[in-house]
Design a protein. Structure first.
Length: 571
């Protein structure tokens, strides 16, 4: 159908005599008068050669153009960055990871604003590019569809499925003398067999599940592995869908309501997803002017059954989840069990309940259980609060048998020092390892600690120690690993006052984390504490450290939707 551009943003660059100079640029790129008269749809890709997570995104984005054109729009492709965690992990590069989420959201916003696009289709593949893309959609509030590039297929080694996490853990096994060097080399060559994001229920697949559960992606689209030919149909359908949204003025904030965020957190808990969801969901909600904190997420986790047997705590990968029926199969039993709000709208123009009507339970699979027969009765991720973390903390308990821990602190002021101690085998069984000054402000950048946790696990110490940080953990982390501790050390939170030998008590069942030191002693330590100056006193990391807020509110860098005076979509 013809679209009336008189109220669309693209009128500012395409309609009327005064826009003749603007139109001259479009003619230069081969557009016709008819093309220019149509709505302009931004098709943004986080594609690049940085890692296999991103290598198919540009191709998929180009296929989405076909759907946009078929439905009456004019697609305009552009790209944004990614920082790929698997490559940034374990060194200073990881400080750039969370910062990249904000840069991605900002860059998409600026490109859409600058060129006055009317709608948006976004393609992302690696951890921070997923929430970053969805944050931009919520900030701009133009009709938008999110598309995940798909996961990698599992590698095969010694006749079993393997992922990159097996390689990280093999590093620890090698350091402990339990893995010959030639075995490590052989494993690294087969663990990642092609295109796609990490295959387990790590951060990328967790946020891909969020995109479906919250309604911003097409139903059952995101667990389809990257190499599958059907991804082309998904991309094409996304282009068509965004035009239908534009026709009906269906916008992201109509979809991503408070109830939709609850649905998304339910799906994270039910699938044993990444603790990073407790950082990204509040940040996404912030863009829409919705207050949704780590404590809201934790309460939802506490009351949701864990039903999907996925790595790292379980047995299966995304390919298996797709074959079993995908995220929508898990959502079907959650809805029937009363754990989802079926009235929430989606990009299809139908509600969650309406989308799920055609889904039939697949009894011939072993990946997803019903809510009446869960793996555990409560979610795979637990929120904690106590004297060590007054502003909260979070731990992934999926696959863990031991949910309480008490022991003496072994304190490190950065990840590198802790990793060196792990390699040197100076970590003692029963210790509570503290890695601090790694928070959003203090890091800066709130690094993930997969290299350290995987090495511990590879040494057989994964269930013999606990690890606490004001930084983050990878979605691939397993073991008693507690992140997002707040207030962070850079703000003189209690974690900054811990000394070697202090006793720390953690109870994931009760949701508590306490430093067993007298208040008077802590007051003395606080009086002597001095702020630390990190090495990043210029550039992007400096600017981030000066603007970032606390982790329990999503580590955001601007006032968000609540402070808006005008929404871009209404220009």
């Amino acid at each position: 159908m013809p679209f009336d551009k008189s109220k669309l943003p693209s009128r500012h660059v395409s309609v009327g005599p005064s826009k003749a100079p603007h139109r001259s640029y479009y003619y230069a790129m081969g557009l016709t008068e008819e093309d220019i008269a149509r709505p302009f749809v931004g098709v943004v890709s986080a594609g690049n050669d940085s890692a296999p997570c991103n290598t198919t995104l540009d191709e998929q984005a180009d296929i989405a153009r076909e759907g946009v054109i078929a439905a009456g729009g004019t697609p305009r492709r552009f790209n944004t960055i990614t920082v790929t965690d698997g490559i940034a992990m374990g060194h200073q590069g990881m400080k750039s990871s969370l910062v990249s989420r904000e840069v991605i959201a900002d860059s998409v916003e600026l490109s859409v604003r600058g060129h006055c696009y009317d709608a948006l289709v976004g393609f992302a593949g690696c951890d921070k590019s997923l929430p970053g893309m969805m944050m931009a959609m919520l900030r701009l509030n133009v009709p938008s569809v999110f598309v995940y590039g798909g996961s990698i297929l599992p590698g095969r080694y010694h006749d079993k499925d393997v992922t990159v996490v097996d390689v990280f853990e093999a590093v620890g096994q090698y350091a402990a003398g339990h893995c010959p060097l030639q075995e490590l080399i052989a494993l690294e060559k087969v663990a990642c067999p092609g295109h796609g994001a990490c295959g387990g229920q790590f951060t990328a697949n967790t946020m891909a599940g969020v995109a479906e559960a919250i309604g911003l992606s097409l139903p059952n689209s995101n667990m389809v592995p990257a190499p599958y030919a059907s991804r082309a149909d998904i991309a094409r359908d996304a282009g068509r869908a965004v035009m239908h949204m534009l026709e009906n003025n269906l916008r992201p904030r109509d979809i991503c309501t408070q109830d939709a965020f609850v649905n998304a957190a339910r799906v994270v808990a039910a699938t044993g997803g990444s603790t990073n969801a407790a950082l990204h969901l509040p940040a996404m909600a912030h863009e829409a002017g919705i207050r949704f904190t780590l404590f809201d997420v934790a309460e939802i986790f506490r009351t949701t059954p864990y039903i999907a047997d996925l790595k790292p705590g379980g047995r299966y990968v995304a390919k298996d989840m797709h074959a079993a029926g995908g995220i929508y199969m898990a959502m079907k039993t959650l809805l029937e069990g009363g754990f989802l709000n079926g009235d929430c709208m989606t990009v299809t123009g139908r509600t969650i309940a309406q989308n799920l009507e055609s889904v039939r339970w697949n009894a011939d699979q072993d990946v997803i259980r019903t809510v009446s027969n869960p793996i555990t009765p409560t979610g795979g991720v637990v929120g904690l609060k106590g004297s060590l973390a007054p502003d909260g903390a979070i731990v992934k308990v999926a696959g863990m048998s031991k949910l309480a821990f008490e022991g003496p602190a072994h304190v490190f002021d950065c990840e590198e020092d802790c990793f060196a101690a792990v390699e040197a085998r100076t970590i003692e069984e029963g210790e509570v390892i503290i890695i601090r000054y790694e928070g959003p402000k203090g890091g800066p950048g709130m690094r993930e600690m997969l290299a350290t946790t995987a090495a511990l696990y590879g040494q057989g110490m994964g269930d013999k120690v606990a690890l606490i940080t004001d930084g983050r953990f990878s979605g691939a982390t397993r073991g008693f690993c507690i992140g997002h501790v707040g207030p962070e050390a850079a703000d003189c939170g209690p974690i900054a006052l811990v000394e070697n030998g202090d006793i720390i008590r953690i109870d994931a069942t009760a949701g508590t984390i306490d430093l067993l030191v007298d208040d008077a002693i802590l007051a003395e330590r606080r009086a002597q504490w001095q702020p630390r100056i990190n090495d990043y006193q210029s550039g992007a990391l400096y600017r981030y450290s000066r603007t970032v807020g606390p982790a329990w509110l999503g580590a955001v860098t601007h006032p968000g939707g609540e402070a808006e005076r005008h929404v871009y979509a209404d220009i």
